[in-house]
Design a binder for this molecule. Structure first.
Ligand SMILES: [Cu+2]
Length: 135
């Protein structure tokens, strides 16, 4: 092996290390997080509470202290996207759960649109969950 070949081999090893090293040092993927409904149904009527859990799918653990925003609740799943109801955030009862108060003026399927910023992660968790309001 002459010097040029040795240098080339060494350079190749360095490149290999840097490529392989990238995923190890990168942030966890924001797609590893998801919202889950704690209860899939709610009673139709005024001031009902919907509870969602934000979880890390890899660890299965709830994710506390996320900043939740851009929530919208409408009846798009039943073809009534114009039927929108106000969503009021409420304090969670346990870490990693997030609660919202809303008036479900009609029985049927309601779509809750959520966004979240997770501490230490870039990007946004976005999710649409379907809650069924029952009479
Ligand atoms: Cu409706």
């Amino acid at each position: 092996m002459n010097i040029t070949t040795a240098q080339r081999a060494f350079a190749a090893v360095l490149i290999g290390i840097s490529i392989m090293g990238v995923p190890r040092f990168a942030f966890a993927d924001i797609k590893e997080y998801e919202f889950q409904l704690v209860e899939p149904t709610v009673q139709a009527g005024a001031d009902k509470v919907v509870t969602v859990r934000l979880v890390n799918k890899k660890t299965g653990k709830p994710v506390p202290d996320a900043v939740i925003f851009a929530s919208r609740l409408d009846m798009a799943p039943d073809g009534m996207q114009e039927m929108v109801t106000k969503v009021t955030p409420m304090p969670g009862t346990e870490p990693g759960t997030y609660r919202f108060k809303a008036t479900f003026g009609m029985a049927g399927r309601w779509q809750l649109s959520l966004g979240a910023k997770v501490q230490g992660e870039t990007g946004t968790v976005e999710s649409k969950l379907v809650v069924t309001a029952q009479k």
